[in-house]
Design a protein. Structure first.
Length: 179
């Protein structure tokens, strides 16, 4: 992996053209709608409920990516990015880490989630990636657990022996009934 990989989060959908390899539309149990896109070795997830909208990317650095991100973090090996964001009526909890493991397949990744019931899976293998003879093909994948309002992502980099994995839970604020 020669490029820096970033997690970024935007309010609304930034004006940023992407080449979509795979797409899915999912609904979480709490009514949050997801538009999930695999964009190269990267992903974009647009989360909407009513007028509230957040867009997440995990992607290589690109100087054309809009600057007005709520967050932009370089994902470094051995570090975990764990953060909670509030936007409108969305509570967005993300955990992203670079792990010294390459998942050979999306099935191997979903198996590592140990019994999490999945309502949807989206994956794309990069068949024409250069320099991968004898190593697993790189792939990007996303999986949804609608019961817990959580989605998971994996990006594999066999040439570097790492994967970037994330877990994102989107909740709605709990209104206190105490007076």
């Amino acid at each position: 992996m020669t490029d820096s990989i970033y997690f970024s989060l935007y309010q609304d959908v930034p004006n940023y053209p992407v080449r979509i390899f795979q797409t899915a539309h999912w609904a979480m149990g709490n009514g949050v709608e997801l538009e999930v896109n695999i964009i190269g070795k990267s992903h974009r997830v647009i989360s909407r409920r009513g007028n509230d909208c957040l867009t997440e990317f995990i992607t290589c650095f690109d100087e054309n990516l809009p600057e007005q991100a709520l967050e932009r973090i370089c994902l470094l090996p051995g570090r975990v990015h764990e953060q909670e964001y509030h936007s409108g009526n969305l509570v967005y909890r993300v955990n992203v880490e670079t792990v010294p493991r390459v998942f050979n397949t999306m099935q191997a990744f979903t198996d590592s989630l140990e019994g999490v019931p999945l309502a949807g899976v989206l994956t794309h293998d990069f068949i024409h990636a250069p320099g991968h003879s004898g190593t697993p093909l790189p792939f990007t994948g996303l999986a949804l657990n609608s019961d817990t309002n959580t989605f998971y992502t994996v990006h594999t980099y066999p040439e570097s022996g790492i994967s970037i994995i994330s877990r994102t839970a989107i909740d709605l604020p709990v209104l206190s009934t105490a007076s």
